[in-house]
Design a protein. Structure first.
Length: 352
C-alpha cells in the first residue's frame, strides 16, 4: 500500500511539473521537462508590443529554465514587426509566427524542426534556413517578400508551397534534395533554376507562374514531373519559351523516348565539357530559335570559331559568327564544338 501511495505521489508531482504554466513579460511558458529544466513558449499577449525578444533562459520559482521550443500558433496574428530567437531553440511549431508583419528573421542553426506555415503571411525580405534542418515543411515561408533562398546541404525534401508567393529571383538547391513538392516555388520571379542530380520527383505547379527562361537538370535519370501544358504543369503552361539543359547522353530519356516527360521546351541542350576549364560551362549557353542558334557568353569571353557535327560525326558547318542559321538543317540532335579564347566547350543541341 505504501509503495502504491509513493508511486501515486511521484506521478502527481511529475504531472504537476509537466503541466506547470507561468507568464513572464507577456510570454506564457509551459514546463517541457522537469528533469532537464526546459520550457516551451506557449503563447504571447499582444499587449507586450510588436517587438519581441524570446530569452534563452527564464527564472521561475527559483529554477532557471532553458527555452527550447515554440508552440504552434504561439505568436500567430499578434501584429509583430520583429522577433529575436534564442540559440537554445530546437523546435518551432506550425503557424508559430504566421500572419504578422515580420520583415526579417534569424533562425538559429540549433533549430532542427520548423512546423507547417510557421512564417506564412509575413513581409519577410530575408530569412535564413538552419543547417540542422532535413525537411522544409509545407508553406513555411509562403506569401512573403523573399528575393533569394539558399537551402542548406542536408535538406532532403522541400515541402508543398514552402516558398509560394514570394519574389524569388534566385534559389540554390543542394544535392541532398530528392523531392520538390507541389507549388514549392510557384508564383515567384525566377528566370532560371538548376535541379540537382539526386532529385527524383518534382510536383505539379512547383515552378509554374515564374518567368522561367532556362531550366538545368543535373540528374542522369530524369525526375518525374507533371507535363500537362496547363496550370498543373511543373514548369509552365507553355514551355516553348524555356531552354532546357541536361547531362550528356540523356536527350532520349528526357525528351525523345516513349513516355518522356521533359518535352515542349524551346530547345534541349546536352551540356558537356571538352576541357578541364570547368568554369566555362556556366558562362556559355546556346539558345535555339526558329531559324538558328545564338551563342551567348558572359564575362568577356570571345568566340574564336565553332564546328557543328551530326551524330554520325560528319561536319555540317563551321564558322566564327555567334548567330548560326539552321534553316537548312534536318531535324535532330547536333554536336556543337565551341572554341573560345579561354578554352573549348562541347554541347549537344536539339533542332526541331
Amino acid at each position: 500500500m505504501k509503495k502504491q501511495l509513493l508511486f501515486l505521489l511521484t506521478f502527481c508531482l511529475s504531472a504537476i511539473g509537466y503541466s506547470q504554466v507561468f507568464t513572464d513579460n507577456f510570454i506564457t511558458y509551459t514546463v517541457y521537462s522537469v528533469a532537464n529544466n526546459t520550457v516551451r513558449v506557449h503563447s504571447y499577449d499582444a499587449a507586450g508590443g510588436a517587438n519581441v525578444i524570446i530569452p534563452a533562459t527564464i527564472d521561475y520559482n527559483s529554477v532557471t529554465y532553458t527555452v527550447v521550443a515554440i508552440n504552434q500558433m504561439a505568436f500567430m496574428n499578434k501584429g509583430l514587426t520583429s522577433v529575436s530567437l534564442p540559440s537554445t531553440l530546437t523546435n518551432i511549431g506550425l503557424f508559430a509566427f504566421a500572419t504578422n508583419q515580420l520583415s526579417n528573421i534569424v533562425i538559429p542553426n540549433t533549430v532542427s524542426s520548423i512546423g507547417t506555415a510557421a512564417f506564412q503571411d509575413n513581409q519577410l525580405t530575408s530569412a535564413n534556413i538552419p543547417t540542422s534542418l532535413t525537411i522544409i515543411e509545407d508553406q513555411v515561408f509562403r506569401n512573403n517578400l523573399l528575393t533569394s533562398a539558399v537551402i542548406p546541404n542536408g535538406v532532403t525534401s522541400i515541402g508543398q508551397a514552402s516558398f509560394f508567393g514570394n519574389q524569388l529571383t534566385s534559389v540554390s538547391i543542394p544535392s541532398s534534395v530528392t523531392n520538390i513538392s507541389s507549388y514549392a516555388f510557384n508564383t515567384n520571379q525566377l528566370t532560371s533554376v538548376t535541379i540537382p542530380e539526386n532529385v527524383t520527383f518534382i510536383g505539379n505547379f512547383a515552378f509554374n507562374a515564374n518567368p522561367l527562361a532556362n531550366v538545368s537538370s543535373l540528374a542522369t535519370t530524369p525526375p518525374t514531373i507533371t507535363t500537362s501544358g496547363d496550370i498543373f504543369d511543373t514548369f509552365a503552361i507553355d514551355r516553348s519559351t524555356i531552354y532546357l539543359h541536361i547531362p550528356p547522353g540523356t536527350t532520349g530519356a528526357y525528351v525523345t523516348d516513349a513516355g518522356a516527360l521533359w518535352t515542349g521546351f524551346a530547345s534541349t541542350t546536352e551540356d558537356a565539357l571538352s576541357t578541364s576549364n570547368f568554369e566555362l560551362e556556366n558562362e556559355i549557353k546556346i539558345i535555339t530559335t526558329e531559324n538558328g542558334l545564338n551563342i551567348v557568353s558572359n564575362n568577356g569571353l570571345q568566340l574564336e570559331n565553332y564546328t557543328i557535327y551530326n551524330l554520325s560525326g560528319q561536319e555540317v558547318v563551321k564558322g566564327i559568327e555567334t548567330v548560326i542559321e539552321t534553316t537548312s538543317f534536318s531535324r535532330g540532335i547536333y554536336i556543337v564544338n565551341l572554341n573560345f579564347d579561354k578554352g573549348s566547350v562541347v554541347k549537344k543541341v536539339l533542332i526541331k
